[in-house]
Design a protein around this ligand. Structure first.
Ligand code: NCD
Ligand code: ZN
Length: 345
């Protein structure tokens, strides 16, 4: 007899879909399993205004195969010139569900991000007033801060002062990678949430560097020591409503990853749910999988849990492709280095 697990259809609270040929190829990989996703705005040029977000949303829906349903939850890329009234109008029309803060230079396509936080004060105050969440890429960019310390330093130097200065602002710490991130979330109330990626539950920094450099495990924030991975696994599988799935599935074509200066990002859309079921089973927490992938995110964003369901069935190892083909070149799928027994049906 096979074991099955039926949960409300999941959502992905942090996703990169890109544009053009890559969008066309990767969108079905997410839409096959997920009902909705928070769509990251770090295109070139970025999605800055409500008009940009509306146009990008149209391109996503045009790329969606006709036999699939999927709702892109749009975000705006916060710049020092963002207009609070444009943000408020985009929320009021139902177009956007969050604004994304990238410290300038922190990650892929973040050059237009924020350098001087005083310049975005008006936008943040407006967001607190209208209840629009801020999604934060939580890494400092100072050259003298070690890359493995950048999240912890960001919490102390930027995030905590920013939250204190903007009472009522709802914040998502995106893709947390450290025990420090877990502890900071746990020490605060439910106006603060955090997404955790699939890959940060599986790899630590050794996976990137031991026995040869593995470009497909390189992402930002970079995976940390094992103790941090274990803290993330404990948080994700705990049932605590403040932690929810944001895959940060971030496709880059192989030539851009396998290069002298490779891009950051792990592409996990295709096998994420099989990996998560395996991880939650390993932790003896399959009963908390639904909370993490289907319930806590909607609760944070004030949206209904999806009415339809998804069933995972345990059996022989599920095969996944090594790569997804796009008209811009192949995109390698994240390899969890373990057999995956849970098939999505
Ligand atoms: C993301 C990307 O490629 O756009 N890369 C990544 O390593 N996660 C950007 C991001 O979310 O930091
Ligand atoms: Zn991301």
């Amino acid at each position: 007899m096979s074991e099955t697990l039926t949960i409300p259809r999941p959502d992905d609270w942090h996703l990169h879909l890109r544009d053009g040929a890559v969008l066309q190829a990767v969108l079905p990989e997410t839409a096959r399993h997920f009902a909705r996703a928070i769509i990251m705005p770090n295109l070139v040029p970025p999605v800055i205004t409500g008009a940009d977000a509306a146009a990008y949303r149209d391109r996503i829906l045009a790329a969606l195969p006709s036999d699939m349903s999927f709702e892109p939850l749009m975000t705006l890329y916060l710049t020092e010139n963002t207009d609070p009234s444009d943000v408020a109008a985009a929320q009021a029309s139902g177009l956007i569900k969050a604004v994304k803060l990238y410290p300038a230079g922190a990650t892929t396509n973040s050059a237009s991000g924020v350098r001087d936080f005083d310049k975005v004060r008006g936008v943040l105050e407006k967001m607190a007033e209208i209840g629009l969440p801020l999604c934060v890429h939580g890494e400092v960019t100072d050259a003298e801060i070690d890359i493995f310390d950048r999240e912890a330093v960001f919490i102390d130097r930027v995030l905590d002062p920013l939250r204190r200065a903007t009472p009522g602002l709802r914040v998502v710490m995106e893709h947390i990678t450290t025990r420090d991130g877990v502890d900071y979330v746990k020490a605060h109330d439910e106006a603060l949430g955090a997404t955790i990626t699939t890959h940060h539950l599986v790899i630590n920094r050794n996976h990137i560097l031991v026995g040869g450099i593995r470009p497909h495990y390189y992402c930002l924030p970079v995976a940390k020591r094992e103790e941090h991975r274990l803290a993330l696994r404990a948080a994700a599988t705990s049932g605590d409503k403040r932690f929810f799935l944001g895959t940060d599935s971030a496709p880059h074509t192989d030539p851009n990853k396998e290069s002298a200066c490779g891009c950051a990002g792990c592409f996990t859309a295709t096998n994420t749910l099989s990996i998560l079921a395996e991880v939650f089973e390993q932790e003896g927490a399959l009963d908390h999988l639904s909370g993490f992938v289907s319930e806590h995110g909607p609760a944070f964003y004030g949206l209904p849990v999806n009415a339809d369901t998804l069933t995972l069935t345990k059996g022989a190892a599920v095969p996944y492709p090594d790569k997804i083909d796009t008209d811009d070149g192949p995109v390698t799928l994240f390899d969890p280095q373990m057999p995956l027994h849970w098939r999505v049906s």
